[in-house]
Design a protein around this ligand. Sequence first.
Ligand code: AMP
Ligand code: GLY
Length: 431
Amino acid sequence: MNIGLIGSGGREHALCKKISLSRLVDNIICFPGNAGTSKIATNVDVNILNFKKILKLIKFYKIDLVVVGPEEPLVKGIVNFLKKNKVKVFGPNKYAAKLEGSKAFMKMICAQNNIPTAKFKICNKKKQINDFLKNCKLPVVVKADGLAAGKGVTICDTKKKVIKHSNEILMGKFASSKKLILEEFLEGEEASYFVIVDNNNFKFFGTAQDHKRVYEKDKGPNTGGMGAYSPAPIVTKSLEKKIISKIIKPTLNALKKKKNPYTGFLYVGLMIKKNEPYLIEYNIRMGDPECQVILPRLKTDIIKIFEKAIFNKLQSIKIKWIKKKSMTIVLCSRGYPGKYKKNSQIKNLNKVKLSKGDYIYHAGTKYIDDKIVSSGGRVLNITSIGNNFLKIRKKIISNIKRLGWKNGFHRSDIGWRVINKNENYKRHFKR
Ligand code: AMP
Ligand code: GLY
């Protein structure tokens, strides 16, 4: 089979690597991929929102199955477009993709189906904002309704800040929508739970915890994610039951009733408080960098899984996992998430000898002549699997040191919750 993979981040390199291990696969074509994917696939430089051009390329390369990594083409309807043109594609359709594409849509699904989430108000007028502020507790979370490249959420500790950020959204700060959501601030610990979904069923696809803030001790502005680990021990068996019965099943049933059943990866972003799950957000894709820690633990052929999902036969496949722990640390360009330099050469990639269970997934990298240079804020994902999070982290950091990339920086405290608390935590976790 020939596989088309859309996207260019660390998530897509991890997907590409896993797909390349499938015995069912002949060629992988990445639209557009990065320097890492170019070693195991053919990269084709194309705008991922130019669906017509992508369709032509799919035909040219005789692609049998398309896998979509990032949210934007999904929210803009690439699945509907490709299916209409008789292309096999894995991912949610435009309607179901609103779970991530519109926070107002997601919140309405929660309200209509008693799904636990922060109390909220959807606003498109100043009066609604003032009404909400009359009797709310601070802090208040202000969220842009539409896609905002990770910049749409602000936690405000004063009413003045709520008004400022809300007004910016009402005035059109984000092209995707002028609506906003005001919501109650939830205390607790965050965790991500993943499932793969077809029209009839869904299957567990891992847990992880991300580190969104740029600096150690969770300081500084939010980023796309500075590192992650899997599994997330906070997701105990009893919590998992609640996540499924109170959040996932009601959501999937609601979409079925609306005649748009969900298919694809579903990323359930949670706040856990006193062993109760609250939905913070849905993402309609794998996480980045969560994908980079979950996929190294996957044993089952990923293409077999995609095929089952596409034919609504997920029920008939057993998805197997390596019973090890996994961590990734993101190596970023100095300055990220603010301004940073591009085209800085990463010289020592070939000198880092990776042992079994070690991976370097590329994100913002490209070739200029024969040299690998940085081309984005998040540049490389240094990943390892093992039995002990502290040892895994030490190994990753030693690989980063061997790389010795002068223009890069990383967080050294990824996994602090599980490492500082008790590496041999006694909490039950089954995977
Ligand atoms: P979102 O894009 O909705 O996932 O929000 C980004 C981040 O903001 C989340 O990962 C949380 O860290 C934080 N956040 C969002 N909503 C809330 C909330 N209601 N209470 C506390 N933190 C939140
Ligand atoms: N790491 C967060 C995300 O993928 O949305």
